[in-house]
Design a protein around this ligand. Structure first.
Ligand code: SAM
Ligand code: SF4
Length: 341
């Protein structure tokens, strides 16, 4: 491709109508997964994207190059389960060589981490977020509908062994299912250099129907933790980071809260999303998307791709898209595992 970053030809940043600048790409590399988390995926037959619709590495790289030229500096690989994508380190290496990309991270369920952490780090991944909803093997299996906790824990140990710390751990609490795990995760953050982040359940799943009373508000989790240990405010890693972080007194790790439902953070959003089947989404909850795959595959020139990316960002709403009543009425056709979280 002939997109290059010159002294004078930098086409500018991706700025939306509300002045937010896009800096971060959530890149979904597959919709496949080796877990079936109750709140994310249905239990039975899953309508996977046909293989030919999944973007190739070359197509992903081309979009990423355009985004880097437009100011995107961080890429987070997600899915489905990103570590299931064949030859993922090859893609990581391609992305790590793009001028302007300063940070490459992966969000994973950790099942394949033990074997993949080394190759991914060597290819250029700098940070890992590992999703674990329970530290009890039975409730882990009940929530994710698969066994696998020992493998995930082995993956965490491997990250520590390789010095890839601090590791962030994502926990989604579902009332009555795994909210009894809060204390165990606090204990983990006391003993290990992990940032344990509690994420509020969102109505984006394709599995169990979303019910508001299954959501455990971040404020409630914080109160419960404070009844055990003082939490000392640190704040956000950077203004656009979703987690509000606290130091756990006497602990090696930290505790974070990501409260998209009870305390939306749309005003600071700096994200754009590319789905595995090549759709650009300007918001996790967006109803419209831009078919960048069609442009990549019909021979469209670089200018058309840049223009489409700009138009997608220009169309970004102010926020508050998570209107629960609307969600109950017309549930999104695309679910979390097909977007990338
Ligand atoms: N498979 C990887 C994983 O689980 O980390 C990456 C994809 S997953 C869709 C990304 C994140 O979205 C995970 O932390 C997961 O817990 C979260 N997630 C999925 N469905 C969710 C929901 N309905 N509400 C809140 N978070 C959800
Ligand atoms: Fe798979 Fe991640 Fe969805 Fe769980 S949350 S089913 S691990 S994509």
């Amino acid at each position: 491709m002939n997109v290059t970053r010159g002294e004078d030809d930098r086409p500018g940043l991706l700025v939306d109508r509300f002045g937010r600048v896009v800096r971060s790409l959530r890149l979904s590399v597959t919709d496949r997964c080796n877990l079936r988390c109750q709140y994310c995926m249905p239990e039975g037959e899953i309508p996977w994207f046909p293989k030919e619709r999944i973007l190739t590495f070359e197509e992903i790289e081309r979009v990423a190059r355009h985004l880097a030229l437009l100011g995107v500096a961080e890429i987070r690989l997600t899915g489905g389960e990103p570590l299931l994508r064949r030859d993922l380190p090859v893609l990581v290496r391609l992305l790590s060589r793009i001028e302007g990309i300063e940070d490459l991270a992966v969000t994973t369920n950790g099942l394949l981490l033990e074997e993949m952490a080394g190759p991914l780090l060597r290819a250029g991944v700098r940070r890992f977020n590992v999703h674990i909803d329970s530290l009890d093997p039975a409730s882990f299996a009940a929530l994710s509908r698969r066994n696998g906790l020992p493998r995930v824990l082995a993956g965490l140990s491997e990250l520590e062994r390789l010095g890839a710390i601090p590791v962030k751990i994502n926990v989604v609490l579902v009332r009555g299912v795994n909210d009894d795990q809060i204390e165990r995760f606090v204990d983990l953050a006391l003993r290990r250099p992990y940032q344990v982040r509690f994420i509020e359940l969102m109505p984006l799943g394709g599995g169990e129907p979303f019910e508001m009373d299954r959501l455990v508000p971040g404020r409630e989790v914080k109160r419960r933790i404070e009844s055990m240990k003082p939490l000392l405010p640190i704040g956000r890693d950077r203004p656009s980071a979703p987690a509000n972080v606290y130091r756990l007194a006497d602990g090696l790790g930290d505790i974070g809260f990501i409260n998209p439902v009870t305390e939306p953070f749309c005003g600071d959003c700096d994200r754009i999303r590319l789905t595995a089947d090549g759709k650009i989404r300007n918001c996790l909850f967006a109803r419209a998307e831009t078919d960048i795959a069609a442009l990549l595959r019909d021979g469209s020139p670089d200018e058309s791709i840049s223009a489409a990316l700009r138009a997608a960002v220009a169309a970004k709403g102010a926020g508050g898209c998570l209107d629960l009543h609307q969600f109950y009425r017309d549930r999104l056709p695309r679910k979390m595992w097909q977007i990338g979280g």
